[in-house]
Design a protein around this ligand. Structure first.
Ligand code: ATP
Ligand code: MG
Length: 564
C-alpha cells in the first residue's frame, strides 16, 4: 500500500507511520527528536548501522534533531578509543548529529532523582548478596519475596546512598533498588536495581562518582532530560518499556511532553556474529587482525574491505524495520555493494595467478597503447591507457592443455580474444621439469582489434591480461565468510570461536596489475575485470600495492531471489 499517495514513493515503515500520527495529533508540540545511544565499549557493527539509519533518518525526514548520546554508565568496559571510532563511523555512513552528549552528563540529575525516590519511599538500599537477591526474584509464574531491607527508614537509606557514593563501601556490598512490586507479572518490576557501586575510574568523570545508574534507570530519564520524543531501540527492550514508562511518570512535570519508546527488530546476518562482546573476543584472542579486519562485520571492517556507505544504507533500506526478529542472508548485503560498485568502480586489469603468454609474431620491443573505457555504466568516467606488448600475463586457470569441448578459454589451436586487444591462437607451451606450464606461446591476428576490419570475428572466449613490462606486482587478499555455521550464535554445543572458517583469508602475493593502478589511493574502488571488486588497502605503501577483494562478481543473491 502506498500510504504517501505519491506514485513511485515507498510506503512508510511502522515507525514512520507512528511518527506521522504523533505529528498529526500534535504530540510534543510537533517536535521530533531522536538519539543514537551506543555504549562506548566496542566498535560499531552493521547491526548498529540499522539503528543509525533509523535514528538519524527519522530526525532528518521529519525536520527534527538527533543527538549522539554515549551511554557511558559502565566505566570498567568503556574507553575513549571507542568514542572516537563511533563518531568516525557515523560520519562515514553519511550522518551528522546535532550534538554529542553523554549519559554521564546527567549523573547529577539522575542522582538527585534517586534521592527524590528514596524520600518518596520508592527506593531502598539492599545489603543482600546478589545470590540472595536472585533467590528471592521468583519466576514469571511465581511471585518473588520482599527483601528484609525493603522497609529501611528513609534517613538510613539517604545516609547509606551518600556513603556508597563517597566510596566507603566495596563493590557488591550494597545496591539501591526501586521499591515497586515483587509479585508483578513483569519481572523488571520486581524491585529492579537502580544503582550499583563501581570503583573503576570513569573515562570522563574520573573518580567523582562511585555509584553508577543501571541502564533502566539512566536511559529513559536521559531521553526525558534531553527532550527526546521517539526513543527507538531493538526488540529485546520491549519488556523494559513498562519500567521506562514508570520512571518517566515519576519524573514528568510537563503535560505536553513525554518520550516514548518504540522497538524494532535487530539485524542478524548469516555466517557472522553481531555482539560486541564476541567481536571483542575475536580481536583480543588474535583470531582476526583487529576491529577493522575486512572479515569483521564492523563498519570499519566493511570500510576497509571496500564497502561504500551508500551500499550499507541501501541494504538497510531493503531489509526494512519490523517487529519480528530473523536472520538476513549476507548475500543481500553483497548484492547491495555489487550494485553500487558496478556504478562507480573503474574497470582495470589484474592477473591474480599469472602465467606468461608470449605473442611470437608480435614485434619485439613494440608497445601499443590503447584506451580502455573506465566504466561502461558511466559515460562520464572516461578512459585510461593500457599497454599491449609481446610478453603478457594471463590467469593460469584460463589455460588448459587438454581442454574439454566447452572450455572456451585458451587451449592449443583455439582462438580467443584478449580483452580490448587482438584475437590470439595458442601454438604451444614450455614446461618445467615437473611438467608445470612455464610459458604459453600464441600468435595474434593483426586486423582483429576493435575498429579494425576483422574486429567482428566471432570467438567464444575473452580473457583479461596485463603486459609484463607495463604491469606492477601486487598482493591480493581474498576473503571468505568468517564463520562456517550459518548462524553461529545459535550453535549451542560449540563455542562460537570453534566455528570460525579456517580459510576465511587467502593471501596471494604474486599478482600483477596494470600500471594505471600506480595512482590508486587507499580505499579506492576497482573492478578487476572478470574477477571481482577490489579496493586498495591502507597497508599499501612505498610501491607495495595491496588489494582487498570486496566481493566477487558472481551474485549469489540474484540466484536465491530467482529461485524464490
Ligand atoms: P551488542 O549487543 O552488539 O553489544 P548493544 O545493543 O549492546 O550491542 P549498544 O551500543 O547499546 O549496543 O547499541 C546502540 C544502539 O544500537 C541501540 O539502540 C541498539 O538497540 C542498537 N543496536 C545494537 N545492535 C543492533 C542490531 N544488531 N540491529 C539493530 N540495532 C542494533
Ligand atoms: Mg547495549
Amino acid at each position: 500500500m502506498d500510504t504517501n499517495g505519491e506514485e513511485g514513493k515507498k510506503s512508510l515503515n511502522f515507525i514512520e507511520a507512528f511518527v506521522e500520527k504523533d505529528l498529526a495529533d500534535g504530540r510534543n508540540g510537533g517536535r521530533v527528536q531522536t538519539r543514537f545511544p551506543p555504549e562506548p565499549n566496542g566498535y560499531l557493527h552493521i547491526g548498529h548501522a540499522k539503528a543509525v539509519c533509523l535514528d538519524f533518518g527519522i530526525a532528518k525526514k521529519y525536520g527534527g534533531i538527533c543527538k549522539l548520546r554515549f551511554d557511558d554508565t559502565n566505566p570498567g568496559r568503556e574507553d575513549v578509543e571507542y568514542v572516537d571510532s563511533i563518531m568516525e563511523d557515523i560520519k562515514w555512513l553519511g550522518f551528522q548529529w546535532d550534538e554529542v552528549v553523554y549519559a554521564s552528563d546527567y549523573f547529577r540529575q539522575l542522582y538527585d532523582f534517586a534521592i527524590e525516590l528514596i524520600k518518596q519511599r520508592k527506593a531502598y538500599i539492599d545489603e543482600q548478596s546478589s545470590e540472595e537477591i536472585a533467590g528471592q526474584k521468583g519466576t514469571p509464574v511465581q511471585p518473588g519475596m520482599n527483601s528484609p531491607y525493603r522497609e529501611r527508614p528513609t534517613e538510613e537509606n539517604l545516609d547509606l546512598f551518600r556513603r556508597m557514593n563517597e566510596g566507603e563501601f566495596e563493590e557488591g556490598r550494597m545496591i539501591l533498588r526501586a521499591k515497586i512490586d515483587m509479585a508483578s507479572s513483569n519481572m523488571h518490576f520486581r524491585d529492579p536495581v537502580m544503582y550499583r557501586i563501581i570503583k573503576h575510574p570513569h573515562h570522563r568523570t574520573g573518580t567523582e562518582w562511585h555509584v553508577y545508574p543501571m541502564y533502566d534507570f539512566a536511559h529513559g530519564q536521559s531521553d526525558y532530560f534531553e527532550g527526546v520524543t521517539h526513543s527507538l531501540c531493538t526488540l529485546e527492550f520491549e519488556v523494559h518499556r513498562p519500567l521506562y514508562d514508570y520512571y518517566i511518570d515519576l519524573l514528568k512535570k510537563d503535560d505536553n511532553y513525554r518520550p516514548r519508546q518504540t522497538e524494532f527488530n535487530r539485524l542478524n546476518l548469516t555466517y557472522t556474529v553481531m555482539s560486541k562482546r564476541k567481536l571483542l573476543q575475536l580481536v583480543q584472542d588474535g583470531l582476526v587482525n583487529g576491529w577493522d579486519d575486512p572479515r569483521m562485520p564492523t563498519l570499519c571492517g566493511y570500510r576497509r574491505r571496500g564497502f561504500t556507505p551508500l551500499s550499507i544504507r541501501n541494504f538497510v533500506d531493503k531489509i526494512g524495520y519490523t517487529k519480528y526478529d530473523g536472520i538476513v542472508d549476507v548475500a543481500l548485503l553483497e548484492h547491495a555493494v555489487r550494485e553500487d560498485l558496478n556504478r562507480i568502480a573503474p574497470r582495470v586489469s589484474a592477473v591474480l595467478d599469472p602465467v606468461k603468454l608470449m605473442i611470437t609474431n608480435y614485434p619485439e620491443g613494440q608497445t601499443e597503447m590503447t584506451e580502455a573505457v573506465n566504466n561502461p555504466e558511466d559515460p562520464t568516467a572516461g578512459s585510461h591507457e593500457t599497454a599491449f606488448s609481446r610478453e603478457l600475463y594471463i590467469e593460469r586457470e584460463d589455460f588448459m592443455e587438454d581442454a574439454p569441448k566447452k572450455f572456451f578459454r585458451m587451449t592449443p589451436g583455439q582462438e580467443v580474444r584478449l580483452k580490448g586487444a587482438y584475437i590470439v591462437k595458442c601454438t604451444g607451451v614450455k614446461k618445467n621439469a615437473e611438467g608445470g606450464i612455464e610459458e604459453i606461446y600464441a600468435e595474434y591476428a593483426p586486423d582483429t582489434k576493435s575498429g579494425m576490419p576483422e574486429s567482428n570475428r566471432k570467438v567464444k572466449g575473452t580473457l583479461h591480461w596485463v603486459s609484463v613490462a607495463h604491469s606492477l606486482p601486487a598482493e591480493v587478499r581474498l576473503y571468505d565468510r568468517l564463520f562456517l555455521a550459518e548462524n553461529p550464535a545459535e550453535e549451542k554445543d560449540k563455542g562460537f570461536t570453534e566455528l570460525l572458517n579456517p580459510d576465511s583469508l587467502q593471501v596471494l602475493t604474486g599478482c600483477r596489475v596494470e600500471a594505471e593502478l600506480q595512482k590508486a589511493k587507499p580505499y579506492d574502488h576497482f573492478q578487476f575485470q572478470r574477477t571481482g571488486y577490489f579496493n586498495l588497502d591502507p597497508d599499501s605503501k612505498d610501491g607495495k600495492l595491496i588489494f582487498n577483494r570486496t566481493v566477487s562478481l558472481k551474485d549469489s543473491w540474484s540466484k536465491v531471489k530467482d529461485k524464490a
